[in-house]
Design a protein around this ligand. Structure first.
Ligand SMILES: Nc1ncnc2c1ncn2[C@@H]1O[C@H](COP(=O)(O)OP(=O)(O)O)[C@@H](O)[C@H]1O
Ligand SMILES: [Mg+2]
Length: 330
């Protein structure tokens, strides 16, 4: 099947303190129609920049090389320039919905929920659809909520409103960037379950960005692990969690607290995560990896095909198999 979204050798630079700096390097990823792909990695690994690249929300002064194709439209290709090209890419992007971490920050505090949900279509039919969608996302008494302002609703409820607004546009793809990080734990799982249920009903593809590998593996078909703006491993979710290959993925998994333990979360991987522009020329993870040899510092490993995905590590043949990890419940 043709991918719905195809990032093909994508590198992105943005000005940081006035200097262009790489934030994504040579990223290749595909998402099939209806598929859920988790994107995980520590803070600064380029997860949000990946979503912003797809959405066309990069800061002023950015450069993008490689191809970002959505349903056949190259969002940054030579044809994306000019009036017709811009109209085509804008039309393609209208079929991509984005759910951000902090719903409140993306809502106008002076706008009623109903006006927000019917912003692009003020008809009675659109209003009826909005009420119906609020009901579907589990909001009680939708007609009353339609008249309310964001400050009258909790963070969890606003995130449901955001999900409703995205689904009303009937997107082919939803990008959810840490959609539950700002919520308490119970609300978190309710909101992720809801997003998962609705997008399955609608056949919508999902890119679920999170720093929580277990959460990604629970809800996604495949999981991509980013480090320093660079894809380290992308595999089927179960395989990745039960038999991780890349030392960085292994480190992320080893740092999880046991489900029955009250012990605090261990530090993720020794050392500080690096951004793409701080990464060494060889393997981006070489400065923190227990298996680094000279070759790792010198040459950037290629992304190599495995049975169920791709891994970027030249030391796999030499390092012991990962210990069996805990079961992830679906
Ligand atoms: N608006 C911005 N201006 C300058 N640098 C940014 C901005 N947003 C992110 N960055 C930098 O880009 C890199 C990738 O960040 P980001 O994609 O936000 O990471 P993640 O979402 O994985 O935590 C980091 O080095 C971060 O410091
Ligand atoms: Mg982010």
């Amino acid at each position: 099947m043709n991918p719905l979204l195809h990032l093909d050798g994508v590198s992105v630079s943005i000005p940081i303190d006035g200097v262009p700096r790489p934030v994504i390097s040579d990223l290749t990823l595909t998402i099939a129609p209806g598929e859920a792909l988790g994107v995980v990695g520590e803070s600064g690994s380029g997860k949000s920049m990946t979503a912003r690249t797809v959405m066309g929300l990069l800061p002023h002064g950015h450069t993008v090389t490689g191809h970002v194709r959505f349903d056949g439209t190259d969002l940054y290709g030579p044809t994306a320039q000019g009036r017709t090209g811009r109209a085509t890419t804008a039309a393609a992007r209208r079929r991509i919905g984005m759910v951000f971490q902090d719903a409140r920050a993306h809502l106008d505090p002076r706008q009623r929920i109903g006006d927000f949900l019917t912003e692009t279509d003020r008809t009675a039919a659109a209003r009826k659809a909005a009420v119906g969608m609020l009901d579907r996302v589990g909001i009680e008494d939708p007609p009353r909520r339609m008249r309310q302002f964001p400050h009258e609703m909790s963070g969890g409820m606003l995130q449901r409103v955001m999900i409703a607004s995205v689904l009303l546009a009937r997107p082919g793809l939803i990008l959810a960037d840490e959609p539950t990080t700002a919520l308490d734990v119970t609300t978190q799982s309710e909101v992720v379950s809801l997003l998962d249920e609705l997008r399955r009903e609608e056949g919508t593809a999902l890119v679920f960005i999170t720093h929580d590998l277990d959460l990604a593996a629970t809800f996604c078909d495949r999981v991509a692990v980013l480090y320093a703006g660079c894809l380290q491993e992308v595999r089927e979710a179960d395989a990745l969690v039960h038999a991780p290959l890349h030392p960085y993925t292994r480190g992320l998994l080893a740092a999880r607290p046991a489900p029955d333990s009250r012990a605090p979360r261990l530090p993720v991987v020794p050392g500080r995560p690096l951004s793409a522009f701080e990464a060494p020329p060889g393997c981006a993870f070489a400065t923190r990896c227990a298996h680094t040899v000279d070759r790792c510092r010198r040459d950037r490993p290629a992304l190599t095909a495995r049975q169920d995905g791709f891994v970027r590590c030249d030391r796999l043949a030499d390092i012991p198999a990962a210990p069996a990890s805990r079961q992830v419940t679906r």
